[in-house]
Design a binder for this molecule. Structure first.
Ligand SMILES: [Zn+2]
Ligand SMILES: [Zn+2]
Length: 331
């Protein structure tokens, strides 16, 4: 099969991925084989190819928002999946027995494995995945529209949940990329008023189009105090800014995998029982809930599709924030 392979991590400008013919993957026990029809491009893929993350497996095929059809399911228990269209997300597996897994926080499992990091991902024509970490996808979503739900969408959903934003109220969103453009639709559907802080003109227009009550630049003051905030941007200076915008008892959640250092800020910004949290990965429950909501709302994902061979260009667009909504690769 063809795959975009990372041999040595390098800056995206140096085109680190190479289109190669590689052996077809063989599903192990409990795994299924998918023929990939679309794979979303995530900022984490950029951190992977540039070597910001520790890479336990090289060479590596990145990609963890995979939509595909199950074409092989060796275990009897998984035969029902044959011919089904499913999604594969960032979590490739968890141990199932540690205290985190038993409490429903498998996203924090110390033995968690990730797609496109510990296992080859979806920048390829085929991929294997643990059957119990695949998700049936709502029929209403074409392949490319479904792909960004699997990480951008699910992480945004978990961030909303941790912020307490699934019950309405005033929600601030800092940064407006792939995750935020899904989160705003979920939050407004559930009754939230959404206030968006973003600099780029096209991101502001996009936020307004998707129902933002107010759109401003970072540093502007929203017309009301926020009940909660989700910081999608990887810029640490948004943390004190979000705290300053929160009412007492409000929560700010950082949804990025990496973030620049948070500048020093006076204790008065945190006082008043304000909270700051992060999001680390997402559970299967998050994915199933988001996919069910996606169909009910129904969510609209803004997607730009590129051929698989253009994965390097796609990562550069993500690096330069030159994407409105989400990018998807089609093998
Ligand atoms: Zn575990
Ligand atoms: Zn991701």
């Amino acid at each position: 099969m063809l795959a975009m392979v990372l041999a040595t991590p390098r800056p995206a400008e140096e085109r680190p991925l190479e289109l190669r013919q590689v052996p077809q993957p063989v599903p192990g026990p409990g795994e299924v084989l998918l023929r990939v029809s679309a794979c979303g491009v995530c900022r984490t893929d950029l951190h992977t190819v540039e070597g910001d993350l520790t890479l336990p497996l090289l060479p590596l095929v990145p990609g963890h928002q995979v939509v595909g059809t199950v074409v092989d399911a060796p275990a009897d228990a998984d035969r029902a999946l044959l011919g089904r269209r499913v999604g594969v997300a960032w979590m490739a597996g968890a141990c199932g027995v540690c205290s985190f897994c038993r409490e429903g926080n498998e996203n924090l499992c110390p033995d968690a494995r990730f797609t496109g990091l510990h296992a080859w991902g979806g920048y390829a024509e085929q991929v294997t995945a643990r059957a119990d970490f695949t998700y049936p996808l709502p029929d209403a979503f074409p392949d490319d529209q479904a792909a960004p739900l699997l990480c951008a969408g699910v992480i945004g959903y978990r961030a909303l949940r941790l912020a307490g934003a699934l019950t309405g109220g005033r929600l601030g969103i800092f940064g407006f990329g792939a995750s935020a453009h899904v989160a705003i639709q979920v939050a407004t559907h559930l009754g939230a008023e959404v206030y968006v802080y973003t600099r780029a003109r096209r991101h502001r227009a996009h936020a307004e189009e998707l129902g933002a009550r107010w759109v401003g630049a970072p540093g502007d003051t929203a017309p009301a105090l926020l009940d909660r905030a989700v910081i999608f941007s990887p810029a640490g200076e948004h943390v004190p800014a979000a705290l300053a915008a929160l009412r007492p008892g409000g929560t700010a959640v950082c949804a990025s995998v990496t973030m620049s250092d948070i500048p020093r800020f006076p204790y008065g910004l945190l006082y008043g029982e304000r909270r700051v949290s992060s999001v680390a990965n997402a559970t299967r429950r998050d994915a199933l809930e988001l996919l069910a909501l996606a169909e009910r709302i129904p969510l609209r994902t803004s997607v730009e599709s590129l051929p698989l061979a253009d994965a390097n260009e796609a990562l550069l667009l993500v690096k330069r924030s030159e994407v409105t909504g989400a990018l998807v690769l089609r093998p």
